[in-house]
Design a protein around this ligand. Structure first.
Ligand code: C2E
Ligand code: MG
Ligand code: MG
Ligand code: MG
Length: 283
């Protein structure tokens, strides 16, 4: 307790809290303006097929490019926007922009390249989420099959009929559903048998320990085996080196995403990667 630290400790504590609150307030209002000023951009990170090495699709990751001042990582500002509710405005922009981008790639003659979009818990729980996704598909003209929605376990925690129905309605639009950061949530595995999930993304924290920590190896092996048993595609997140990739290959992991195969890049660079790949004559 702060009070037990005595008078000075208490003062220090409140000073720190005040400063943090001020920073937070300042950041919040900068973000508020950033949404109106459209200071955001999407980067795209490839998901790569382990067997063929080909790009299977891209995850859209938001970046903040402020006109003035320093940008902040989405790992910091997404939770803040989530708390304030501003995530709904940003999330809708992300959804529309990612769909438009996937259509641009198609128009450029690049074979069907699905795009994955992160849905925050608050977005997923929003009553209109199905309508918002339907609208983004309709406005862009993107077929539902080329959109994947990433939802964290936390958002699936409410294992009620409403969640089940919502996921069913999203599936009816043709979209793919992925569980993001798999293994880090507090939910039971029961949802895997009840909900229409297509893909598991194994969280980076398990991949980090691959080849070094026997327990991490076992956990990853078990998740992959479970995915295979349930007919789910399994993607490993945050693959940074070749030995992790080799281990994942030997365990039968379908796809990988991480700095080893490609960092998140602007749409134009992602398109260069695709064009180069699709121009290559298959062996
Ligand atoms: P996530 O969905 O799990 O995305 C993966 C994060 O891991 C990304 O961080 C990506 O840049 C990073 N990453 C990928 N490969 C590697 C690797 O090999 N090594 C390391 N160290 N990191 C890797 P990013 O872009 O900073 O995003 C962080 C989180 O912010 C995302 O985690 C996601 O939860 C959230 N986020 C990002 N964009 C959006 C968005 O448009 N909407 C929503 N709702 N959330 C978003
Ligand atoms: Mg994600
Ligand atoms: Mg993830
Ligand atoms: Mg993650």
């Amino acid at each position: 307790q702060a009070k037990e630290n005595g008078r000075n400790g208490y003062q220090f504590h409140t000073l720190e809290l005040t400063r943090a609150a001020e920073n937070r307030q300042a950041l919040e209002s900068r973000l508020h303006r950033a949404i109106t000023a459209e200071e955001f951009e999407l980067y795209y990170q490839p998901q790569v097929d382990v067997a063929s090495g080909r790009t299977l699709g891209f995850e859209a990751l938001v970046r903040w490019r402020p006109e003035s001042g320093e940008g902040v990582s989405p790992a910091v500002f997404i939770p803040l926007l989530e708390e304030t509710g501003l995530i709904l405005a940003l999330g809708d922009w992300v959804l529309h922009e990612a769909c438009r981008q996937a259509v641009r790639w198609r128009a450029a003659g690049l074979d069907k390249v699905p795009v994955s979009v992160n849905l925050s818990p608050r977005q997923f729980q929003h009553l209109d989420v199905v309508e918002l996704v339907r609208q983004a598909l309709a406005d862009s003209g993107l077929p539902g099959e080329l959109l994947e929605l990433e939802i964290t376990e936390g958002a699936l925690m409410a294992q009620n009929l409403e969640t089940q129905e919502r996921l069913g309605e999203l599936k009816a639009l043709g979209v793919q559903l992925a569980v993001d950061d798999f293994g880090t949530g507090y939910s039971s595995l029961a949802y895997l048998s009840r909900f229409p999930i297509d893909k598991l993304k194994i969280d980076k924290s398990f991949i980090d320990g691959l080849g070094q920590d026997a327990r991490a190896d076992k956990i990853v092996a078990t998740i992959i085996a479970m995915g295979q048993g349930l007919d789910l595609r399994v993607v490993a997140e945050g693959v940074e080196n070749a030995s992790q990739l080799e281990l994942l290959r030997s365990l039968g992991c379908d796809a990988v995403q991480g700095y080893l195969c490609g960092r998140p890049v602007p749409a134009a660079l992602a398109q260069v990667r695709l064009a180069r790949e699709q121009a290559a004559v298959p062996a």
